[in-house]
Design a protein around this ligand. Structure first.
Ligand SMILES: [Zn+2]
Length: 347
């Protein structure tokens, strides 16, 4: 059985040992930078390491440079309740998710006050790429010269979206995806079902892997059945499917489209692997026969083309193209390329 969800501060860290060593090392020699930029793919542990860094700086009984995770400050930081560890996130209630200039001014106001109890105060901005230009400009001077014993941790998976003025003021720490054997071993240790499949589906992201283990894998398998059924039913059923996954409100369609596109990616990767002669385990083993048919029907050129179309679909969604239009276009193209034989749903 998978473990219950853990808060980022308490989750164990996998695959970021090098990053942690550097951060703990900076604490040991008391050369902590005033503004770090934690950059790297989603779900690889940036926020977890950020909290752990704040713990390490304030722990009452560290073992070496590492935080104990059990003392008062460690527990408060993990629970998000330490008054000197300030988290700045976009307001999820608003339709456009941004970090506003009002939030930036509030940070500046709080930093002007004395620290409560921490040896070092931290401001976590997550994700930093959602800082509005005005908010960034309001904070620039503070990024450069925060009050004593204060460190900013800017977290992002889209460093390219940050203003150059922020990048130039930050000490950049790059997080990488986690290798397959390390991720699989970590998942096994946590008692996750199907650790090998989950690790391969997570593409090096422990956060994504935990999401899969906590129910997303089942949702993905269900989404896979729905997609194959729609494809096998011809044009009308594709249109009906696109309408259903693209239905508003945004949070609903984002989740459905995410599952649909991840499902398609999973099947295309399996088909590509089979086409290349792979005989090992597949990402969607229950649909091995479908993947074989796709490999035959699409061939190398068709698989490449669909892969590009899939990436374009993700990009178009980011550009606010209607999800229904994106789904319709993508599945219609796939259905045409697969032909009647390739579109069959079952074995
Ligand atoms: Zn501690």
């Amino acid at each position: 059985m998978p473990e219950p969800a853990v808060s980022p501060g308490h989750a164990d860290i996998v695959g970021q040992e090098e990053v942690c060593e550097r951060l703990w090392g900076a604490l040991e020699v008391e050369r902590v930078h005033h503004c770090y930029l934690f950059e790297g793919p989603e779900g690889v542990g940036k926020a977890t390491v950020a909290l752990r860094f704040a713990m390490a700086a304030n722990c009452e009984s560290p073992s070496g440079p590492r935080p104990c995770t059990r003392c008062g400050p460690c527990q408060l930081i993990a629970a998000g309740r330490h008054p000197d560890v300030i988290r700045v996130c976009p307001d999820r209630e608003k339709t456009t998710e941004v970090i506003t200039v009002e939030q930036a001014r509030e940070v500046i106001r709080v930093l002007a006050l004395h620290r409560h109890s921490a040896r070092r105060r931290f401001v976590l901005v997550d994700p930093a790429d959602l800082l509005r230009v005005e908010a960034t400009n309001a904070l620039l001077k503070t990024f450069e010269e925060p009050p004593p014993f204060t460190t900013f941790l800017l977290i992002t998976n889209r460093a390219g979206a940050l203003l150059p003025t922020v990048l130039s003021r930050s000490f950049r720490v790059r997080f990488r995806t986690v290798g397959l054997p390390a991720l699989e071993e970590w998942l096994s240790r946590r008692g996750v079902d199907e650790p090998s499949r989950v690790a391969r589906l997570a593409f090096g992201s422990p956060g994504h892997a935990l999401g899969l283990a906590e129910g997303r894998l089942e949702e993905l398998d269900q989404a896979c059945s729905d997609l194959l059924l729609a494809l096998s039913g011809g044009t009308m059923s594709i249109l009906a499917y696109a309408e259903k996954v693209g239905a508003s409100p945004r949070t609903t369609w984002e989740k459905r489209m995410g599952l649909a596109l991840d499902t398609l990616e999973m099947l295309l990767r399996d088909a590509g692997a089979i086409h290349a002669g792979w005989q090992g385990p597949l990402l969607a083993p229950a649909n091995a026969e479908v993947a074989r048919r796709w490999a035959r029907s699409l061939g190398a050129g068709g698989l490449d083309g669909m892969d590009r179309a899939l990436h374009e679909a993700r990009a178009r969604l980011q550009l606010n193209v209607s999800p229904r239009t994106v789904a319709e276009a993508l599945l219609t193209r796939l259905a045409v390329e697969l032909g009647p034989e390739g579109r069959k749903a079952g074995t």
